[in-house]
Ligand binder design. Sequence first.
Ligand code: HEC
Length: 100
Amino acid sequence: MKNILYSVTCFFVFSSMSYADQMTATKSGCAGCHQIAMKTVGPAIKDIAAKYTATDIDGLVTVVKAGKKSGELIWGSIPMPASPAPEADIKKVIEWMLTH
Ligand code: HEC
């Protein structure tokens, strides 16, 4: 019984954690251009997760903060605007993206 309670609690803690990160992605404007499984304006979150690992997180935070202009693009021909979101939120969203 204890074990069941423990797993149920873990389930809620972890699912609400990822929900919170998804809310940060929405609040930070990332979700408008990045969908989980489908390339829209920006690359799919799954494709970003397939290309990068945890050691790339800090570099990606810098990239997202600065935005990407034509000439720097590697996914297509659409630039990414510099993000006005707080750095801690950007980092949280990228960490969340890489879990997909
Ligand atoms: C207006 C649309 C738009 C918004 C908003 C946006 N992105 Fe992007 N993002 C793009 C595009 C387009 C690319 C592909 C750039 C390229 O071709 O190199 C991209 C690329 C990326 C990459 C991969 C960068 C690389 O060099 O491989 C990451 C990570 C990323 N975005 C994260 C974010 C996060 C986090 C946010 C929110 C803070 C965000 N994006 C907001 C359009 C957007």
